[in-house]
Design a protein around this ligand. Structure first.
Ligand code: DC
Length: 227
């Protein structure tokens, strides 16, 4: 493919990266709706791999085994729903991939080289020809480094932990603030220190601190940068 065509495609892609609780999922979804783009939740894809690996009893240290699993995954988003629903082998796994266990397992599985290679390739395939808001940890650095617009959301650790805690409580889970905060810290550390595609802002990403902003204010801020 010529570089020119690739650049044109990248004009249609907005990347939003950031740590857990930075608000990127809510913001990405709202933004995609506002500007009539597709929303790609790449964290959900790593969560699906973790769930499938657990169901198939594949050891998380078995890179080739996980790579083989990824190649066979029948993964599909239903974007007619808001939030989009995720199907694995035609089974709706949108609920099964949430919760503390999948938080940690998805972070572990996402550090495996074979898994990342398979997911990056699938994400680029899903983006082909689409107008897209792509959300994750490495969208601006690795998957779509030539995207026209790149954002990196942050928020104070306390705010991020509080948001996660509220999500859990709203889902009916009984957890303590402290447990949620510690788990979030551990996952951040894992995501930031892994050797492949660690979580970090792209050098040309616009940083937005959402600590004191509600999701719509963040969306408005992002929109001011789009021309
Ligand atoms: O955004 P999330 O919490 O649903 O992501 C789950 C895990 O997947 C997260 O701990 C790190 C990993 N992930 C990743 O490595 N790269 C991405 N682009 C998205 C998520």
């Amino acid at each position: 493919m010529s570089r020119f065509i690739r650049m044109r495609e990248m004009d249609n892609i907005i990347t939003i990266d950031g740590p857990g609780g930075s608000g990127k999922s809510t913001v990405s979804r709202m933004l995609a709706g506002k500007i009539n783009s597709l929303y790609l939740d790449t964290g959900a894809m790593y969560r699906a791999v973790a769930l499938a690996a657990k169901r198939h009893g594949i050891d998380f240290g078995d890179g080739p085994g996980l790579g083989g699993l990824c190649k066979m995954l029948d993964l599909r988003f239903d974007t007619n729903e808001d939030p989009p629903r995720l199907f694995l082998d035609n089974q709706d796994i949108s609920m099964a991939i949430r919760g503390p266990e999948m938080d940690m397992l998805s972070s572990e599985v996402s550090a495996v080289k074979e898994v990342r290679e398979a997911m990056v390739s699938l994400q680029r395939k899903m983006a082909k020809g689409a107008k897209l808001v792509a959300e994750g940890r490495d969208m601006g650095t690795v998957v779509f480094p030539e995207a026209r617009y790149k954002f990196f959301l942050t928020a104070s650790p306390e705010t991020r932990a509080e948001r996660r805690y509220r999500e859990r409580v709203e889902r009916g889970e009984s957890v303590s603030r402290n447990t949620v905060g510690e788990a979030l810290k551990k996952r951040d550390r894992q995501d930031e220190t892994r050797s492949i595609s660690p979580l970090r802002p792209a050098s040309d990403a616009i940083l937005i601190d959402s600590t004191r902003l509600d999701p719509w204010e963040v969306v408005e801020e992002i929109v001011t940068h789009l021309v």
